[in-house]
Write a protein that binds this ligand. Sequence first.
Ligand code: ZN
Length: 129
Amino acid sequence: MPGSSDTHEAYLAGCRRGELVFSRCAACRHAQLAAFRVCVACGTTELGTEVSAGNGTIASFTIVHRAPSDFFKARAPYALALVDLDEGFRAMMGVRGQPAIGERVTVAISGLGPAGEPLPEAWIEGERR
Ligand SMILES: [Zn+2]
């Protein structure tokens, strides 16, 4: 089980394998995005990592028209959502399809970031073929 300083690396390695990796607190079992080095619920640094099944619900979203960089300007307008994964953590990601609050999504590592790194994207039911 990776230590706390390894959780973000585990997340990035998971993306390269096509898996959404998250952190699970060994003390209180809180689930959170793997970017944090401490449990945001109890403060311990005893974090392990798990692989999400990739099923979630859109908690909120926005349509970005004024993108923050040239890379994203080429994609605007695009949808950006907060997704509540079934394992109990929330993650922000792009959306394929027309999002709606409460809509079920499947997360796939199908996007690419500015440096060509693989990124999670939420796919609306029926959009992925
Ligand atoms: Zn905890």
